[in-house]
Design a protein around this ligand. Structure first.
Ligand code: RIB
Ligand code: CA
Length: 318
């Protein structure tokens, strides 16, 4: 994407601490024109992630319609991750009550309306299960050409996190992920291969807090909370998964990206939700994803510190 060209986007996620920080990063960059926000179930129930989405939009000043997503994966029972994100899905700092009504449209209807009305193709940034995006592609195949690219946080070529084979977002809805990966739409995949290297250290939390505005304080508190679970597993910092799916669109130079063919395993007693990357380098099918494999950690952390400065002077009632 060129330096100053506007990027119309739809933010879809399951806030979730790292989704919220990803949306903070997106909102801080004036190149992103946020046209809609849609929630998905995953980190918590759809009701909780939707409430969180609305509160995060209020905190950040994201002036876009918010629509509730589908209750669970296309062919999966819902499951959530309170051990990571807490009972609310966004435990930790107090947040403002939503200052706008929830859209009367469903996530798929809102996405479709935005795509139809946009004068140019729209980028979808999906940082949860891809349920809404998969459903959109099933319901509106005619709108595929209005999707410029999809940037996801999900998967892991080398390993999973929720199971040895599967990363959480893909496991929540493998069928939706399969639809997305087989869609032919330009696809960026920020999987665990890169996100577990995108570590934000406690010293970075304090750099963010020291910026000294309301959002920087909330982001530092989100990082503190998100780090608790990972610290108990021995991580030296918080693996900031979802912001990678935003940063790659405006700062691709921070990442090592490998184009490869990725299949989504939907069967398999032990392998359901796996993202199988063809790294053989010969004879395989054509690549269907730009897979992020490494990141300049220091520059990524600096990007977040700079991003919160964009909120200087903003204060909402909490
Ligand atoms: O596996 C990490 C992913 O699962 C992140 O998107 C996090 O927010 C959770 O949704
Ligand atoms: Ca997420």
């Amino acid at each position: 994407m060129s330096e100053n060209k506007k990027i119309p986007v739809i933010l879809d996620g399951d806030p979730g601490h790292d989704d919220a920080i990803a949306w903070m990063l997106a909102k801080s960059d004036k190149r992103f024109e946020i046209l809609a926000v849609t929630s998905c179930s995953g980190n918590q129930t759809i009701e909780k992630t939707t409430y969180n989405a609305r509160r995060v939009c209020t905190l950040l000043g994201i002036d876009a319609p918010v629509a509730m997503g589908l209750k669970h994966g296309l062919l999966s029972e819902p499951f959530d991750a309170p051990v990571v994100h807490g009972q609310s899905g966004l435990d930790g700092p107090a947040l403002p009550e939503p200052n706008t009504e929830l859209s009367q449209l469903s996530s798929v209807e809102l996405m479709a309306e935005v795509l139809k009305n946009s004068p140019e193709p729209v980028t979808i940034i999906a940082t949860g299960a891809q349920t809404n995006v998969g459903a959109l592609l099933l319901a509106h195949p005619e709108l595929k050409e209005k999707i410029a690219r999809i940037s996801i946080m999900g998967g892991g070529i080398k390993y999973g996190n929720w199971t040895p084979a599967a990363e959480f977002n893909i496991l929540v809805d493998p069928e939706a992920a399969k639809i997305v990966f087989e869609s032919g739409i330009d696809l960026y995949m920020a999987g665990l291969d890169v996100t577990e290297k995108a570590l934000i250290y406690p010293s970075d939390f304090e750099r963010i807090r020291a910026v000294g505005n309301q959002v920087s304080g909330v982001v530092a508190d989100w990082l503190e909370f998100f780090y608790h679970f990972h610290k108990s597993l021995g991580y030296p910092g918080a693996p900031l998964h979802d912001p990678c799916a935003v940063a790659v669109l405006t700062h691709p130079e921070l990442f090592e990206i490998v184009d490869m063919h990725v299949e989504i395993e939907c069967e398999g007693e032990y392998s359901r939700g796996a993202t199988i990357g063809d790294t053989r380098g010969f004879d395989g099918p054509a690549p269907n994803a730009h897979v992020l494999m490494n990141v300049n950690r220091e520059a990524f952390a600096d990007l977040l510190v700079e991003a919160v400065k964009a909120y200087d002077g903003r204060e909402v009632k909490i």
